[in-house]
Design a protein around this ligand. Structure first.
Ligand code: ADP
Ligand code: NA
Length: 318
């Protein structure tokens, strides 16, 4: 069956969008072979705190487990622990044009105004291609921000296969439904993100209930005064309705006021996050258990990764 790979950046601040858009679909699809990869090498492409890199990785792994990812069915791995990722990265760089990498929108955005751009920021999409190809991944769930990178991975795989002989599975991007895109509560024109400059619009998965209640209470709405699902004209209210729909099993009913809507959203979010928080607290008491799960994930997927790298080396003539 087609293998699926979902990546998570270990930059802290995991939020409700990550849970709804990425972790839940991962949990829902656990009958298929899947890999949840924590992209710890990615955090090195920008300025970072060395003391926190490892902790952030462990936190993401712990949250994945708390959210219901079953390590017996989904391999949870840290990118840096499987050297085949970086070995294939180099081989793929030799099949990628400088111009192709420099064209990436995310590179342009992140490098703009940055006077000390790291080379790894430019080549990161090639590492992402290696992450995907090394595991013979067939499907990659990607949001808008990653679709150009996935296209590059497909281009590299196709080119490599044509030049050196069939070596890689060419991965397909699968899109989360638009309903699963959660927007920032303080600025519903942008998606809720770990990297938003402000936490005012973010519902953190591990935030205390009181903080979440305040964030929802202060969510930006509009002056229409009517609760309607209308993405263009009422993006804030529509986002709240989407969050409600995602966090409860029934369709949202009628609301007479924004306050009433917000109260119901708060309750629904709380009901979803309470068990996640509780499992997280439990798992956090034994970090060695989580480290062991990462080691098991590595042991599980590494033989196939090594085989892919062997194939690639042989095809190139090494
Ligand atoms: P972030 O943008 O917060 O840094 P990542 O890039 O690490 O998040 O994405 C991790 C996963 O979570 C990806 O599969 C991504 O599509 C999903 N995701 C991120 N933000 C949202 C959101 N606001 N709504 C739905 N899914 C999201
Ligand atoms: Na992102």
């Amino acid at each position: 069956m087609t293998r699926r790979l979902t990546g998570f950046q270990p930059t802290g601040n995991l939020h409700l969008g990550n849970l709804i858009g990425a972790m839940r679909p991962l949990v829902a699809a656990q009958d298929r072979p899947s890999i949840a990869m924590i992209a710890d090498l990615h955090s090195l492409t920008m300025e970072h705190d060395p003391a926190r890199v490892r902790d952030n990785t462990l936190t993401v792994a712990t949250v994945l487990l708390a959210a219901g990812v079953d390590p017996g069915r989904t391999a949870i791995i840290a990118q840096s622990q499987i050297p085949e990722h970086t070995e294939l990265h180099y081989l793929l760089e030799c099949a990628t044009g400088y111009g192709e990498a420099a064209r990436m929108i995310q590179f342009k955005e992140k490098s703009q105004g940055n006077t000390s751009v790291r080379l790894s920021l430019l080549t990161y999409p090639v590492l992402m291609a290696a992450d995907i190809l090394v595991h013979d991944t067939g499907q990659v769930p990607v949001g808008d921000d990653q679709s150009q990178h996935l296209e590059l991975a497909r281009t590299i795989a196709t080119r490599f296969n044509a030049r050196y002989g069939k070596t890689f599975t060419v991965p397909e991007g699968i899109r989360p439904e638009s309903a699963s895109r959660i927007m920032d509560l303080a600025d519903p024109s942008r998606k809720m993100s770990k990297s938003s400059p402000s936490a005012a619009g973010r519902i953190g998965l591990l935030d205390p209930p009181e903080t979440i209640r305040k964030v929802i209470a202060r969510a930006v709405t509009d002056t229409a005064g009517v609760v309607r699902h209308d993405r263009d004209n009422q993006p804030g209210v529509t986002n709240l309705l989407e969050i409600l729909r995602a966090c409860s099993d029934r369709e949202p009913g009628e609301f007479t006021s924004y306050g009433a809507l917000k109260r119901e959203v708060t309750e629904a979010v709380e009901a979803v996050l309470t068990p996640v928080r509780a499992r997280y607290a439990e798992l956090s008491e034994d970090p060695s258990h989580v480290r062991k799960i990462l080691a098991e994930g590595k042991a599980w997927v590494q033989p196939r990764a090594a085989e892919t790298v062997r194939r690639a080396r042989e095809a190139i003539g090494l």
